[in-house]
Write a protein that binds this ligand. Structure first.
Ligand code: HEC
Length: 122
């Protein structure tokens, strides 16, 4: 009986442990240490879009009707001036990702850097 309780106690404490380790990128790498010096489409931007936007913008037949998969599709939205406004939640734009928290500041800075660089296919 005592051993059983001890075991349950141990499992309970173990289950709490992961909460002590922060996986939130923004807390681990606050914006002031955000690296925007090596932003590229393939290594920085495409993964952000894939992880946060493909649920509705992946493939050609998307839920949103706006494909963002692949450079050409994303560039079309950049050229239309819709990308930064949407992820920055500026007025006049649909806030993206839809029905989800805004992207971490560092990712926003990286997207803006890439767009300001002319959104190169690098
Ligand atoms: C849950 C679904 C969903 C997710 C996730 C999502 N979008 Fe959207 N997005 C939509 C829908 C639907 C629209 C069409 C406009 C509307 O209904 O608001 C849209 C529209 C847009 C537009 C056009 C906005 C405008 O004002 O012209 C852009 C740009 C965009 N999304 C970018 C993104 C980006 C970048 C991400 C990821 C960071 C993202 N979306 C994540 C559903 C989504």
């Amino acid at each position: 009986m005592k051993t059983g309780l001890l075991l349950i106690g141990c499992i309970y404490i173990l289950s709490l442990l992961p909460a002590c380790v922060s996986n939130v990128e923004e807390e681990l790498y606050p914006p002031e240490t955000c690296d925007t010096s090596q932003v590229t489409y393939s290594l920085t931007i495409a993964p952000i879009i894939e992880q946060n936007c493909f649920a509705c913008h992946g493939g050609e037949a998307t839920i949103s009707g706006i494909p963002l998969e692949g450079y050409d599709n994303l560039k079309t939205m950049v050229d239309a001036g819709r990308l930064v406004g949407a992820v920055r939640h500026l007025s006049g734009f649909s806030a993206m990702p839809k029905d989800a928290p805004q992207l971490p500041e560092c990712k926003l800075l990286q997207i803006e850097k890439w767009v300001n660089d002319g959104a190169p296919n690098n």
